[in-house]
Each structure stands twice: as C-alpha cells, then as structure tokens.
Design a protein around this ligand. Structure first.
Ligand code: NAD
Length: 377
C-alpha cells in the first residue's frame, strides 16, 4: 500500500509526522513509503535518513497527494490538498472536526477516509495511539520551563550564606495529562505546587505527585463516559473563580490547562485576578489559542498585565519538536499497525474494530462519525 508523507506547511511548525525509524517499521509491514523532500528537516531529520530507512522521495507534491493510498500528516489538510486526493485515500492527521465543518464536507465529497487523531478514544488499549496525550505531556513540561525562565526568581528553595530563598509557589489549574506533567516538572524544579481540577478522581493523582490539591466543593461535577470533564454551570464556574482567588494572588506562577472536550475552554482566571498577582509573577495559558482560560491572554504572544507576564504561546510541543515528532510518529505507526492486515498488507477500514469507528470522520462519501454528523446537521 502506498503511504505518502508530505512536508508540513503550517508556519513555524517544526514537528514532523513521521521519523526515519517509523519509516523502517512501515516498510517492514510491507508498505511502500514516499516522502516529500525536506519532510523531516524541521526536527533535524535528513532525506538520506529516510531513504536509508526505505522511503523513496517524490518532489512533485501534487503527484504525492494524488497517488497516495494513505497520507500520514500532523496538521489538517487544506481544501486544495483535499481536491488532490483520490477517492478512497485514507488521510490520518489532527483534523479539528468540531470546528472544521467545510473541511469535513470537502473530505466527504472527495470520498476520502479521514481519520482524526483527536478522536482516538482515551482508553488503556489505545494509549499507544493517543497523540493528544503524547503532545499534552510535552506541553505540560514546556509550560513550566517557559514560566521558570520568565520568573524573576528561582523555583527551588535555596539556603546559602547569602540568605535563604523561598521556593516558588506554583498553581496549576486543570490536572489532565498536561497539568499532571506540569505538576511533576514544577516539583522536580523544587517549587511548592498546588493544583485544582473539576474531576474529583484527579485529587489522588495530584497528591501522589507531592502537590497539594485545592479542595473546592462545586457540587456534582463528574466526568463523561470517555473520562473527560463535563462543562460546569455558570454558577459552578463563578464558585470556582472565587475559591481560587486567594491562591492565585499568592502564587508566583499560575498555569492553566483546563479544557472541556469539543467545547470552548472555560475562562477561569479573570483579569482582576491577574491584576491581583504580585508584579513579576507569570501566568501561562495553555488554552490561549482556542479562546483562553485567562482573561487578557493573547494567542502566541507574551503580554504584561499590571506587571504580570501572561504567556499565550500556542503549539507548545513544538519547543521540543524532536521528541514531539518521535512520539507523534509512534502514535501514527501504532494506529496503522493495529488496522493493518498482514496477509494483504493493507490498512483495513473495519467498522467492527474497537478503536477505528470513533475516529473515522468521513468514509465512502459519508460523514460516518455520529457526533460530527450531528454537529453538521
Ligand atoms: P483535557 O485536555 O480535556 O482537559 C484538561 C483538564 O482540564 C482535565 O483534567 C479536565 O478535568 C480539566 N478541567 C476542565 N474544566 C476545568 C475547570 N473549570 N477547572 C479546572 N480544570 C478543568 O484532558 P486530558 O488531559 O486530555 O485528559 C482527559 C481525560 O482522559 C482524563 O480523564 C485523562 O486522565 C484521561 N486519559 C486517559 C487515558 C487512558 O486511560 N489511556 C489516556 C489519556 C487521558
């Protein structure tokens, strides 16, 4: 089966979808792998490394798209790219199907089988394919380092003849994959960490990392069958804001990672809370690009509010692009291998498969994913 891997074109994107080691594994499955020249250069991989691993090179991007039976990508395709794909082609990438309605329709009309990496279920079996987790994990690490380099003081306690420095106080809101890694990273750097999440089950995980869990009684918050947080009511959000106010004012660093799957992230740190922090404090808003957890954060910018640095940098895993590429590439390979029929050496679209149906968005000229179909209706 012909697998094509084009170069990512999103401005500033240095992650690459497939690393040379994965090409080797795909070839061992019996796939023919073709890449666009320079596909790996953002993360420091050369064309030679890919050809040594078994790939061939196709400089004609249009041909690469039109002849592919499977396209492996990181970012979603453009409408122009969709028009190049053949009917029956399998396109695997992040797709943002909740928001990209025109794109989903285009993939449907083109007869493309589109698989969305965001829709891989968060189950133990699919963990190896879970790109949201692999990338969020790195984002959690990066956020702490960004904060640490902007803070005019250090994270650990230091007792020296010149005096004793107190550890930085770090407050992490949202303790999913990114938040837990942020907690672990801040702890490793010696900070005093407090965290909060609306899912009660998280409290134990926070404590096991040596951090303090901020207890706020919001009544019934629960979680969805898929393990995601449920959206809070307006009253619950207000209660959360008030209960966090003092901790935020007393923190040197606030990191927000709160998300509600398929919805706009909640605003949980208001502008007056940022203004209430000590000058020099740092806020990192992981959700800045998708609407923001923090009032006043600007996507892809670092702004100052009353002397407080507010970081809204998007694409955080890009800061550690080599490891991010490695992990994403493994996620892609594990998905392909799981759906691969070793006899026919083909990726089989099987709607009885336990993972695939949930992440296939379009197939055979239809929008097959029920959630996305309902959104589009
Ligand atoms: P996410 O990115 O959807 O959300 C990040 C965090 O924000 C979540 O922990 C969520 O509870 C929290 N949140 C939402 N609203 C909030 C608010 N108002 N205030 C504070 N926090 C708020 O989450 P994620 O990191 O992608 O993880 C989603 C779920 O999937 C979690 O339960 C996670 O443990 C689970 N998961 C399971 C597996 C597995 O079993 N294989 C793998 C990965 C993730």
């Amino acid at each position: 089966m012909r697998i094509a891997i084009p170069k990512e074109t999103h401005p500033g994107e240095n992650r690459v979808p497939v690393v040379p080691g994965t090409v080797k594994k795909l070839c061992l499955l019996g796939a023919e792998v073709t890449i666009e020249p320079g596909m790996g250069e953002g993360s420091g991989f050369t064309d030679e490394q890919y050809t040594e691993a078994g790939a061939s090179i196709e400089p004609d991007r249009n041909k690469l798209f039109s002849e592919a039976e499977i396209l492996l990508r990181l970012r979603k395709p453009t409408l122009e790219e969709v028009a190049l794909m053949s009917s029956g082609c399998i396109h695997i990438s992040y797709l943002d199907p909740f928001n990209e309605h025109e794109l989903v329709r285009a993939l449907q009309k083109q007869g493309v089988t589109s698989i969305s990496m965001e829709m891989i279920p968060r189950t133990t079996r699919s963990q190896k394919m879970d790109a949201l987790s692999s990338q969020a994990n790195l984002a959690g690490y990066v956020m702490v380092l960004l904060a640490a380099t902007r803070l005019p003081s250090i994270f650990p306690m230091m007792m020296t003849p010149a005096g004793t420095l107190k550890p930085a106080k770090v407050f992490i809101i949202g303790a999913g994959v990114a938040g837990l890694q942020a907690i672990a990273t801040a702890k490793r750097l010696g900070a005093k960490v407090t965290a909060f999440d609306t899912r009660p089950v998280v409290a134990e995980q926070v404590r096991s990392l040596g951090a303090t869990f901020l207890d706020i009684d919001l009544g019934d918050t629960g979680e969805t069958a898929g393990g995601y947080a449920k959206e809070l009511t307006a009253e619950q959000i207000e209660k959360q804001r008030q209960a966090q106010k003092d901790v935020i004012a007393d923190s040197d660093v606030v990191i927000t990672t709160a998300q509600v799957f398929g919805r706009k992230p909640p605003v949980i740190v208001t502008r007056d809370m940022v203004e209430g922090m000590r000058p020099g404090s740092v806020v990192v808003d992981m959700a800045a690009e998708t609407g923001g957890n923090v009032e006043g954060s600007v996507p892809n910018e670092t702004v100052e509010i009353n002397g407080v640095t507010v970081i809204g940098q998007a694409n955080l895993p890009n800061e550690v692009c080599r490891d991010a590429s490695q992990m994403y590439s493994s996620n892609l390979f594990n998905l392909v291998e799981d759906a691969w029929d070793k006899e026919s050496k083909r990726f089989v679209i099987d709607f009885e498969h336990d993972i695939l149906p949930g992440c296939i968005i379009t197939h055979g000229g239809e929008v097959t994913n029920e959630t996305i179909k309902n959104i589009l209706a």
